[in-house]
Design a protein around this ligand. Sequence first.
Ligand SMILES: *Cc1c(COP(=O)(O)O)cnc(C)c1O
Length: 426
Amino acid sequence: MNQEFSFPMPTLARSPRGLLIEQVALADVAERFGTPVYVYSRAALTDAYDAYRRALGARRSLVCCSVKANSNLGVLSVFARLGAGFDIVSGGELARVLAAGGRADHVVFSGVGKSRAEMRQALEAGIRCFNVESATELERLNGIAAEVGKTAPVALRVNPDVDPKTHPYISTGLKSNKFGVAFGDALALYRRAAALPHLRVCGIDCHIGSQLLDSAPMVEAARRMLDLVDRLAGEGLHLEHIDFGGGLGIRYRDEAAPTVGAYLAPLLKLFEGRPEELFFEPGRSLTGNAGLLLTRIEYLKPGEEKNFAIVDAAMNDLLRPSLYGGWHAVVELAERDVPKRTVDVVGPICESGDFLARGRDLAVEEGDFLALLSAGAYGMSMSSNYNSRPRAAEVLVDGQEVHLVRARETVESLYALECPLPSSQS
Ligand SMILES: *Cc1c(COP(=O)(O)O)cnc(C)c1O
């Protein structure tokens, strides 16, 4: 890590006590709770949410945290207390939101594969809106709503097919992927939805991709949605809200991520004077730079071509590097007076793809702690038990306080639902 690198995480700082998050020394957290351990900053979570609220000002709007980015109850409870909404993609996520104190009527439910049971659960909870992704889902939802004696609030997730040539980083808003309904089919589907007796058409939704560093594609998608909204209004179908999904990117390394204010400004301009409530579903931009993963170096292993720092965290804890080449800054907790070495930071898992970072210059010795930064989104929520590794603990730091918000898994819990063949079986 070169000296000029400034931390992308706002509540992280160097001090004589080593690296601090808020007022807590990360080395103390590592010693007390063991490693690997995820550490989140309440102040950073709060600031990220407030940035949306500030940018939206008095505009009627709902900021729904994407639960899939970070679904820890402690983290969700921070947002729930701030009055946030939640974007869920499963019944499990709905249960988490409610357990964390979130309001059901602030929940929007996305996803292409909602099951009957999930629809029932969400209708009974009284969620704000179903983001419906296909014609058959509309029919199924209508049927389930009839069964439970409720009216289902729906938005159609449209696929604005924003030009990939100008914006190659967009990954979910193209014709070629599984999400949403084709733009050309939307009008007919809205008419169909309006005719179904147990649905109440209330909005329109899109989610065009992730880690977006520029608002242009979002604005283009918004223009298309507005067009549709006005056409529907012309037919007497007035939508109450427009949901722009998530997608705002963050700085991991040297990305020029816009501020929330700058990102939303052209969008808010486009909607000036319009009556619709605006929904957003940010994930990464709320939690990404509010969390990190602490790990300890087990071995320093020199090699002919490469040197390795073998750490006690692995791809099962933080999948992004292996899965799609995600880059996380690696920072030493203590500044040591030893020569730097260039290492690949790898885990103990039996896969060559088990790496967390490559070619980093670190001044470290065996036993030292490292922090993998910007790991608050799509970190723990994508973790697994591969290689029978208990998942990491999670702690939430609040000023000087440290709350354990998920205990480290025990090995026994990993196979608690399994059993060997009965002994009567030869
Ligand atoms: C993943 C997802 C989000 C959050 O995306 P980020 O890029 O993390 O902001 C929001 N909405 C939907 C439908 C998603 O699938």
